[in-house]
Design a protein around this ligand. Structure first.
Ligand SMILES: O=P(O)(O)OC[C@H]1O[C@H](OP(=O)(O)OP(=O)(O)O)[C@H](O)[C@@H]1O
Ligand SMILES: O=C(O)c1cc(=O)[nH]c(=O)[nH]1
Ligand SMILES: [Mg+2]
Length: 195
């Protein structure tokens, strides 16, 4: 799947937003990729995750994954579809007092080979937090995946990161906003509690 085909799925579903956004990391941006708008279409979710699962298999080899774990909320749908495409089970972690935890009776077999599946990577902070929770629960994270790596390959999540597409999207510290964003109110689409 080419980058143009991937981005077309975002454009056609109005998932490529422009405005003023407060990101999960606390950084600001004039662009936002709302993956939920793409993933609301099961056929598009399947096409994108099939292509990403193929990349994982090319990187790790066949039958190298025991389970997919995804961080809620953004990772839930993509994690489900990645598990389906890799033909393994999938589960998710969710925040409790700000920390990713396994709830709902989810647990990992010690040493289970885990692919951690995100929707978006900007700084990699959420990915690293989810990977830490998986490791603490006894899993071995063999790779991380995301649909779009907004860091253009610069985010370090501590394990190989397989992205469907890399993009370079500018981000800004809150006290260093460009003129176009100054004086406008930032929208915060994600669910992380930013103090
Ligand atoms: O690489 P990062 O800088 O961590 O940014 C990317 C993270 O931000 C978004 O989640 P968010 O925390 O907004 O919550 P959500 O998944 O509930 O939407 C997205 O789903 C990633 O998890
Ligand atoms: O960094 C984020 O929080 C973020 C950026 C983006 O483009 N999309 C998203 O869901 N989260
Ligand atoms: Mg998220």
């Amino acid at each position: 799947m080419t980058d143009e085909e991937i981005i077309s799925h975002f454009r056609e579903t109005n998932a490529l937003l422009e405005g003023h956004f407060l990101l999960s990391s606390g950084l600001h941006s004039n662009r936002y990729l709302q993956c939920a708008k793409v993933l609301m279409y099961p056929d598009r979710a399947a096409l994108l995750c099939r292509a990403l699962a193929e990349k994982v298999e090319n990187t790790l080899g066949a039958n190298s994954v025991d389970i997919v774990v995804a961080p809620a909320m953004g990772g839930v749908i993509v994690g489900y579809e990645m598990a389906r495409q890799l033909n393994v089970p999938g589960m998710f972690t969710e925040r409790e007092n700000g920390e990713f935890t396994f709830r709902r009776g989810f647990s990992l077999t010690p040493g289970a080979r885990v692919v951690m599946s995100e929707d978006i990577v900007t700084t990699g902070k959420s990915s690293r937090e989810c990977i830490a929770a998986i490791t603490a629960a006894g899993g071995t994270v063999v790779a991380a995946t995301c649909l779009i790596d907004r860091s253009n390959g610069t985010a370090d999540v501590g394990v190989p990161l397989v992205s469907l597409m890399q993009m370079e999207v500018q981000t800004f510290e809150p006290d260093n906003l460009p003129a176009e964003l100054q004086g406008t109110t930032a929208i915060k689409p994600g669910s992380r509690d930013i103090k």
